[in-house]
Structure formats: structure tokens, C-alpha cells
Design a protein around this ligand. Structure first.
Ligand code: HEM
Length: 248
């Protein structure tokens, strides 16, 4: 199954690269091809629309502020399941696209044990076994997979609440809202990690590229895989150069 998924994804990546461009300058590496970027932003837009329309339905206070965005209360209720369905479809393709690099490895378990040092920014460079995605990114991905499935199986009874038993609607409400809260927490952390916490990350989802320095800092094993160079040696050379330039 794995190789047939890879085959479909390779074809999609090639097709999409014909319509959009990724320019890789000297000193940079290709991180996310056009296909991945289009999927990522389609997932993000449909997720935000689902979240805002969902909150409007959920809370009377937010209802007043948010429903005008979608053309009123009735329209918000009508649109929310469609936004959710679109989110699930786009994320399904992203799931196939990232299925292989999101496999959990021993390096990810070791990464989890260093979580405190990561969160407090105590380490300047990631440990050398950190690959294309780190353990935290993989947990976020798998949390979305579980939440997306939960959204779908609880969203259908809520959509057709006049034909399903009351108890099923009640249970679906609770599970749907728990999934939404987990996703909201993950989303806030994700934006922080993808922008302010790690400068140079955001451009990987716009231009598709990152600097080599970013790669050896945050994903050394991936850097070694694509460049064939030693990440620690390159880090130390850059640090010495920097210190020489400052006259230390
Ligand atoms: C709207 C604000 C968002 C920003 C600024 C943002 C930014 C980014 C960036 C820069 C990356 C690449 C990270 C890397 O290459 O290491 C990324 C990856 C990813 N994004 Fe987003 N994203 C946003 C919204 C979302 C949403 C709404 C979802 C899903 C609900 C999502 C799911 C993911 C996943 C699963 C990854 C791969 C794993 C990870 O890097 O955590 N993103 N995002």
C-alpha cells in the first residue's frame, strides 16, 4: 500500500510543479513542493472557516460577532458542515502526501524525552538524529488525523440530527467539541512554532525553501540526507566564522 500511495503522490507533486514554481537559490534547500503548499493552505483555510463558523454556532456570545461574516445565523449553520467536509477532503490528501515522513521512529521517542529543553529553547541546535519532521510535528499531525476522523463520524449525526436518536446527537456534540478544543490548542502552538519561535520556518510554506543554516539547526538528519554533508561540522564552521567576524 505504501508504494502505491507514494506513486500517486509523486505523480501529483510532478503535475502541480508544472503550474507553480519553487525557486531554490544558492545556500537554500527545497523543503515543501507546490503540491504540499497548496494542500497545506487549503487545509488551513477550510480549518479556520470551520473553526469560526463552529464557534459561532457553539457560543451565543460569539454568535453575534461571527455569524455576520457568513451571512447570518442560518447560513452559518448551513455552511459549517460543508467547510468541515472540505477540510477533511484536503487533509485526506495531505495525509497521503505526508504518510511516509510522519512515521514514528526511535529518534522521535528520544526527541520527546528532550521536550523540556526544546520548549525552553535551551538547545541551540537540534540533536543530530532529528529528521525531516521532529517528534512534536509528528504528534501534531497524528492528532489532526484522529480529530479529523472524530469530526467526521460525530459531524454526520449532528448534520442529520432530525433522523438520528437523541442520545447519539448528545454524545456526538461532546466528542465534536472535545476534538475542536484539542485542534484549537494545537493550532495556536503550531502558528507560534511555524513563525515567531523559529524564524525562517514560515517561508518553507510560502516560497517552499529554507536556508541550509535553518536545516542544520532544526533538522540535522534531513540536512545530512539531502546534502551529504555533516550538520555538526557545518554548524561549527558557521559559528567560528561568526566569531571571527566579531573579532572574538
Ligand atoms: C494559519 C496559520 C498557519 C501557519 C502560519 C502554518 C505554518 C506552517 C509551516 C511554516 C509549516 C512547515 C513546518 C516545517 O517545514 O517544518 C507547517 C506545517 C504543517 N502544518 Fe501548518 N500552518 C498554519 C495552519 C495550519 C493548520 C490550520 C493546520 C491543520 C489543521 C496545519 C497543519 C500543518 C501540519 C500537519 C504540518 C506538518 C507538521 C508540522 O510542521 O507541525 N497548519 N505549517
Amino acid at each position: 500500500m505504501n508504494s502505491s500511495i507514494e506513486h500517486i503522490d509523486d505523480k501529483a507533486r510532478r503535475e502541480f510543479s508544472r503550474y507553480g514554481r519553487t525557486v531554490v537559490h544558492r545556500g537554500e534547500l527545497l523543503r515543501h513542493p507546490v503540491y504540499t503548499r497548496i494542500l497545506h493552505w487549503s487545509v488551513a483555510i477550510t480549518f479556520i472557516l470551520s473553526l469560526l463558523s463552529g464557534f459561532a454556532i457553539y457560543s451565543p456570545w460569539l454568535y453575534r460577532w461571527l455569524t455576520p461574516l457568513f451571512g447570518g445565523g442560518a447560513m452559518t449553520r448551513f455552511l459549517h458542515p460543508w467547510f468541515g467536509l472540505a477540510f477533511n477532503i484536503f487533509f485526506f490528501f495531505q495525509f497521503l502526501n505526508w504518510f511516509a515522513p510522519m512515521h514514528w521512529t526511535n529518534a522521535d521517542s528520544r526527541w520527546m524525552r528532550r521536550l523540556k529543553a526544546y520548549a525552553t529553547n535551551r538547545q541551540k541546535v537540534e540533536s543530530e538524529d532529528t529528521g525531516f519532521f521532529n517528534g512534536g510535528q509528528k504528534i501534531y499531525f497524528w492528532a489532526i488525523v484522529v480529530s479529523a476522523i472524530l469530526f467526521l463520524i460525530t459531524g454526520i449525526p449532528l448534520w442529520f440530527d432530525d433522523v438520528v436518536p437523541r442520545w447519539l446527537v448528545a454524545v456526538s456534540y461532546v466528542l465534536h467539541d472535545i476534538a475542536a478544543l484539542v485542534m484549537l490548542g494545537g493550532f495556536i502552538l503550531h502558528i507560534y512554532e511555524g513563525t515567531a519561535a523559529q524564524p525562517g520556518t514560515f517561508r518553507s510554506m510560502t516560497d517552499g525553501t529554507v536556508t541550509k543554516e535553518w536545516a542544520w539547526t532544526h533538522h540535522p538528519a534531513w540536512y545530512e540526507e539531502v546534502t551529504g554533508r555533516d550538520a555538526r561540522e557545518d554548524y561549527e564552521a558557521a559559528r567560528d566564522e561568526h566569531e571571527d567576524a566579531r573579532g572574538e
